[in-house]
Design a protein around this ligand. Structure first.
Ligand SMILES: [Zn+2]
Length: 705
């Protein structure tokens, strides 16, 4: 099919959708006009773009905003700031609050409608939060008598999502400032009430997805320029700090807990990312406290023992707090051997959907399958996993002590019943968007094929002036075809250890990642022990090539091989055998050549002072004859989530009519049961027929028609 006929077909499809929608709408309007329903018109407006949808949504409660020219203004603002930019929401909210388009009965009403429209804009006009989650504004008095704004939130704020819920507070605050209201001056008791209420809610009502530390809640409440308030939603009262004059209820309020905890605290990094960029231009300097807040948060998240750590990305324990029973923890935060960060995207992965190797799934006893929800450490919160077979799978230790890198599903099936320990879970493929979306700092990944191949290309071009595979082939003694395949299909082609070492030596590039081990996961003491052990072993050579290293079985130094992910066999419970190219790669990594043995390396290691922070990788880089990069990068912790929580919310049956049947309908709200009772207790409008004078609940008299 040519592109032209295809586009014709598609535009026909869309015009059909359009026509049929209008036809159905016409019929519905006719039907509603007959007056049998409480409403005489169809409440759902047709919207062709975001601006229309937003106005359509809000006009459900404020009909006058329709046809006031707001859509046109939104489109103009989008041209200025970009589609879906928060600043569009800020500006439109401000202009509506200033009653530039429509006159309202009061200043507060104008502000409320402006805020609803701004809020609807950033939530794409598809959730009910701007109508029901943001309930209303309230005006309170400061200690000094000036007026400040309280935002009344209710439970449906949840459907906006954390970030947009938090952004709604910013919109309110922006409008507040523009309209001349003072900032909220939280009292010491109000601050304590907030942290008490969140902890009460979390412990006694329901788990918050993110429970901020008390320091976070109190710092935020102290500095936030608007007060977050809400309707009582629970049966329980707060455990302390009751009867405060400016907090209207002692009952726990879910809207408040959600907005403070899951919106403002949890999403503070995202808010700050936006405000740091343009907050000044929008006169939002009062939010500058977020910078300090993030420091407090970082400390709190890292847990007590990690406060001292100087790490750029400290371990994050959030995903294993509140662990539901029966959900396996796959690995602890940043624990060596956890999921190794790998950047990229497979055909089956996407936003909030990472990939792991299908072999990893099998090794985890298929506990993790396609689509299983995993809560993970960073950069995001949870993911539905999809398989990707071109990233690294697990390295496992079998019951007999053999360490094997499982690469195929067949191998996994064959060995998974004999696995004693999973040494490495393998890669987790994370796309760059997750980092951008969470405003998470980018972290160096472990050395991998896509990185190596670029280093090879660059080295070749630097040496020969262009990517001359003929010259490269004759220099390194590897066939042009193999080189071509390596460059084009780095994930699918396997390179031999001899070729990898050869390429590394001749081109001065790091050793291929397949033959690079996790050197940084052992310390110098263990490394020294391993080198001593090698002295007792036997190296089998064939010319330059090292075929095998046979060592006496000794659990202590053997552990070093396990920790760096070096595959080896245990034979007759007597010998450890390193083979299949790994022997060759290992010796090259250690700098052993025909002329040079391990003695000089051992000497270097023994000369390093005890208190030195020199890593094994640094030593090998100095003394080895191939360059090495860090294989480990960042390990990401993870646990199984609660997939059943995400099941489809399906309504049984497909009702066309809603009619209250009250308690008389029984537990199932059944029509039949209500008919048997012969009456219904519920709220109805009461109409009076002008002809027969009878009262009825329907706009049309059921006697006279
Ligand atoms: Zn009548």
């Amino acid at each position: 099919m040519t592109e032209e006929t295809q586009s014709k077909k598609i535009s026909k499809y869309f015009s059909e959708l359009d026509k049929e929608t209008k036809d159905i709408l016409k019929i519905s309007k006719e039907a509603r006009k007959r007056g049998l329903d409480p409403e005489k018109d169809v409440e759902v407006p047709i919207a062709c773009n975001m601006a229309e949808r937003v106005i359509g949504l809000i006009s459900a409660i404020a009909p006058k905003v329709a046809d006031a020219g707001i859509e046109k203004r939104i489109t103009e603002l989008e041209k200025q700031y970009g589609n879906l930019d928060w600043r569009v929401a800020f500006k439109i909210a401000e202009e509506i609050a200033q009653q530039k388009f429509v006159k309202f009965d009061s200043q507060i009403e104008a502000m409320e409608i402006g805020i609803r429209i701004g809020f609807a804009y950033i939530t794409l006009g598809v959730v009910s939060s701007p109508l029901e989650g943001f309930a209303c504004l309230k005006v309170f008095k400061r200690e000094d008598g000036k007026e400040y704004i309280g935002i009344n939130y209710a439970g449906p704020i949840r459907s906006a999502g954390g970030t947009m819920g938090a952004a709604s507070v910013l919109i309110v605050d922006y409008v507040r400032k523009k309209m001349g209201y003072a900032a909220y001056d939280a009292t010491e008791k109000e601050i304590k009430r907030m942290s008490t209420e969140l902890y009460d809610y979390h412990e006694r009502v329901t788990n918050l997805q993110y429970l901020p530390s008390k320091e976070e809640i109190e710092f935020l409440t102290k500095h936030i320029p608007v007060q977050v308030v809400g309707e009582p939603s629970e049966k329980l009262e707060v455990s302390n700090y009751k009867d405060l004059p400016r907090v209207e209820t002692n009952t726990i309020r879910n809207g408040v807990c959600l907005v403070i905890g899951e919106c403002l605290c949890q999403k503070a990094p995202k808010l700050w990312k936006q405000l740091a960029r343009w907050g000044k231009d929008f006169d939002m300097d009062q939010w500058h406290f977020l910078e300090e807040f993030l420091k407090i948060q970082k400390k709190a998240r890292a847990g007590k023992e990690e406060v001292k750590s100087k790490e750029k990305v400290p371990p994050d324990y959030n995903y294993i707090k509140d662990l539901p029973a029966g959900r396996p923890v796959l690995c602890h935060p940043k624990y060596p051997g956890g999921f190794r960060l790998r950047y990229g995207r497979s055909r089956a992965s996407g936003l909030s959907s990472m990939s792991i190797s299908p072999v990893t799934m099998l090794v985890l006893d298929e506990f993790i399958g396609v689509g299983t929800q995993i809560k993970y450490e960073r950069p995001g919160k949870s993911t539905a996993v999809a398989p990707c077979d071109t990233i690294e799978g697990p390295i496992v230790k079998l019951e007999d002590g053999t360490v094997i890198r499982l690469e195929t599903k067949e191998e996994a099936r064959k060995f998974s019943s004999q696995v004693e320990e999973i040494l490495f879970l393998g890669d987790m493929l994370v796309n760059y968007g997750e980092f951008l979306n969470r405003a998470h700092v980018l972290v160096s990944p472990g050395y991998c094929e896509e990185w190596w191949v670029q280093e090879l290309e660059k080295a070749t071009v630097d040496m020969f002036g262009n990517l001359d595979l003929d010259k490269l082939s004759s220099l390194v003694g590897i066939s042009k075809d193999s080189l071509d395949k390596l460059l084009k299909l780095p994930f699918r082609s396997r390179i031999s250890a001899e070729a990898a070492v050869q390429l590394s030596r001749s081109m001065n590039i790091p050793l291929h990642p397949y033959y690079t081990y996790h050197w940084n996961l052992i310390d110098l003491a263990r490394f020294g022990l391993m080198l001593e052990w090698f002295d007792k072993g036997k190296v089998e050579r064939e010319g330059d090539k090292i075929l095998k290293i046979v060592l006496p079985l000794d659990p202590e130094p053997k552990r070093a091989l396990e920790l760096i992910g070096m595959p080896h066999l245990v034979v007759n419970n007597e010998f450890v055998v390193i083979e299949k190219g790994h022997a060759h790669a290992l010796m090259a990594s250690l700098g052993v050549t025909q002329e040079k043995d391990l003695a000089s390396l051992r000497k270097t290691v023994s000369e390093v002072p005890d208190d030195s922070e020199t890593s094994v990788l640094e030593i090998l880089s100095k003394s080895g004859d191939v360059r090495l990069r860090d294989k480990s990068g960042l390990f990401i912790g993870g646990r199984m989530g609660r997939p059943e929580k995400a099941k489809m919310r399906k309504l049984t049956g497909s009702p066309h009519v809603l009619f209250p049947v009250g308690e008389e309908g029984g537990r199932l709200r059944c029509f039949q049961a209500a008919l048997d009772e012969g009456r219904i207790t519920a709220d109805f409008p009461v109409y009076k027929c002008t002809k027969c004078e009878k009262e009825t609940i329907s706009p049309i008299c059921e006697h006279c028609g």
